[in-house]
Design a protein around this ligand. Structure first.
Ligand code: HEC
Length: 138
């Protein structure tokens, strides 16, 4: 009997761990950690507030200019996987400009999700799950 009880407890513990992991995964990244990455790597082009007005963009007059991440009307329609790919693999991977660099050699996949979730938090009006068009490309 004792043994069965242990097996049940072990199974329940495992189920709990999986449930917690699933919730953590469904949130796709930690925006607080993402902000640190954004401030270090993205602000020079995308700007302090993400409005696409970073000093590098201004000086080098990129064409196209860095995306305005606060523009909810556009950003909220972009699917999660597209933003993930653009950040990880660079703009070219999704037919955007090569000026948007790939970050995969500098940050891990987990950190890509962190900075992704921070980018999502910048949109005005704010992003709500289900707003994005879940299709590939643009
Ligand atoms: C050298 C300048 C530069 C840096 C640094 C940069 N970006 Fe970009 N980014 C761009 C440009 C330019 C575009 C617009 C591409 C286009 O319109 O084709 C862009 C577009 C984007 C997009 C929009 C993709 C879409 O679906 O429209 C996201 C998201 C993004 N960048 C995230 C980031 C993140 C996160 C970082 C930091 C880890 C970063 N960028 C760093 C230049 C930059």
């Amino acid at each position: 009997m004792q043994k069965t009880r242990h097996v049940v407890i072990a199974a329940l513990t495992l189920a709990l761990i999986l449930a917690v992991a699933a919730i953590a995964y469904s949130q796709k990244g930690d925006p607080k950690k993402g902000k640190r990455i954004y401030d270090a790597y993205c602000v020079p082009c995308h700007g302090e507030t993400g409005a696409g007005d970073g000093t590098r963009g201004m000086i080098e007059q990129f064409d196209p200019m860095p995306r305005n991440h606060t523009e909810g009307k556009y950003m909220n329609k972009r699917p999660d996987d597209e933003l993930f790919d653009v950040i990880k693999e660079g703009g070219k991977s999704r037919n955007f400009s090569h000026i948007m660099p790939p970050w995969k050699t500098i940050i891990s996949d987990e950190e890509v999700w962190d900075v992704f979730s921070y980018v999502r938090s910048l949109a005005v009006p704010s992003y709500k799950p289900g707003m994005a068009e879940e299709k590939k490309g643009r």
